[in-house]
Design a protein around this ligand. Structure first.
Ligand code: KG4
Ligand code: ZN
Length: 343
């Protein structure tokens, strides 16, 4: 590994849900290693993430995953400038594994510790895929726990312009997948099935009167449509349901992003979070290009949970001197900076 004196190497650690991940990133944008140990096959058996099992599995592999990330990057801890770890939002027990491990490593190595907000990390996946990207830009945040249109004013300044008042979009994908008897995690399966169907079912828009989103109504509408058909002995076409849901879930996001982008006059839009891997969403995002707007779509392996995005976020915090200490604790309900709760 080539490292100049000016280069900053951050070791990122991520364990907020069902992925144990570690990564070394140079100068916030260049990935030297990106190791993800997924527990999907374990949680699949239960139809969703079992928090207790997630924590236990993180504990079993976290040291090996970190070691692999250092080895694959061709570095040792003495080359690293700081350790960045996700401390929220997420499952408390799962977060605590990464946080405790990072604190121990920081204490033993004498390296600074950086406490990273997982959601801010998702946004930073864009800085890796697009090394020249600079704020300001508009970002569509779409994960299993968050759904928002965010104006990224600067590397550490965000304004939330619209967000969900109840479920997150990814959560709705997972619930709809379950009623369609698709495996966990449902999003990619709904995405795939939707491609073979038509949007014949009409569901209400997810955009509510105050401009925010509501996914709980859409989720219930899909579940009721399936259950009513089953009760009446009617056949449903799962591909059409998946396609109709997929369109409805994504269209409201794109329309709202368009509205705020036009108002802001910004000429760049980006996507962040697991649902950013959705093929219909990625297709619709291209519409912005017709208006001369630059579209940033993180590479697929950086849409879902990973530690490269955490290391990237850690780099920008390192530049700002934002360091944590050994009192760091997990914060399961952490919000994006500047995000206000719905009244
Ligand atoms: O960002 P992420 O990996 O974890 C959280 O921070 O929540 O997002 C996970 C969510 C899950 O709900 C998963 O079903 C969804 O992203 N997802 C998708 C696709 N790939 C993952 N949803 C729709 N289409 C996809 N292709
Ligand atoms: Zn995530």
């Amino acid at each position: 590994m080539q490292k100049n004196n000016q280069d900053i190497l951050i070791l990122g650690i991520e364990s907020s849900c069902d992925e144990t991940a570690a990564s070394v990133v140079k100068n916030g944008r260049e990935v030297l290693s990106n190791v993800v140990f997924s527990q999907i096959d374990i949680h699949k058996l239960y139809g969703g993430v079992v928090p207790e099992i997630a924590s236990r599995n993180h504990i079993q592999v976290v040291d090996e995953v970190v070691k692999l990330a250092l080895d694959e990057a061709g570095v040792t801890l003495s080359d690293i400038n700081a350790i960045a770890v996700t401390y929220g939002a997420g499952l408390v027990g799962a977060l605590l594994v990464g946080v405790s491990f990072a604190k121990g490593l920081a204490q033993a190595s004498g390296l600074p510790l950086i406490a990273v907000n997982h959601i801010e990390g998702h946004i930073c996946a864009n800085y890796i895929t697009y090394p020249d990207l600079q704020p300001p830009y508009m970002c569509l945040l779409t994960s299993g726990g968050h759904t928002a249109v965010v104006k990224v004013e600067d590397f550490d300044k965000y304004t939330v312009l619209a967000s969900t008042v109840d479920d997150a979009v990814g959560e709705a994908f997972d619930k709809v997948a379950r009623v369609l008897k698709l495996p966990y995690p449902g999003g990619p399966h709904v995405d795939k099935l939707a491609k073979t169907g038509s949007p014949n079912y009409k569901f209400h828009s997810v955009v509510i009167s105050n401009g925010n989103f509501s996914y709980s109504g859409l989720k219930t509408a899909v579940i009721n449509t399936v259950h009513n058909a089953v009760q009446k002995g009617e056949t449903i076409n799962p591909a059409d349901i998946a396609c109709s849901f997929n369109h409805c879930a994504i269209d409201g996001l794109i329309d709202t992003l368009k509205l705020h982008t036009q108002k802001s006059g910004l000429n760049t839009v980006a996507v962040a979070g697991g649902v950013g891997a959705n093929s219909y969403l990625r297709e619709r995002m291209k519409e912005f290009e017709l208006d001369g707007i630059r579209v940033c779509l993180p590479q697929l392996n950086l849409c879902g949970d990973n530690a490269a995005m955490i290391a990237s976020r850690g780099y920008f915090m390192y530049l700002n001197g934002e360091f944590g200490d050994l009192s760091l604790n997990a914060c399961p309900t952490l919000k994006l900076r500047g995000e206000k709760p719905h009244s």
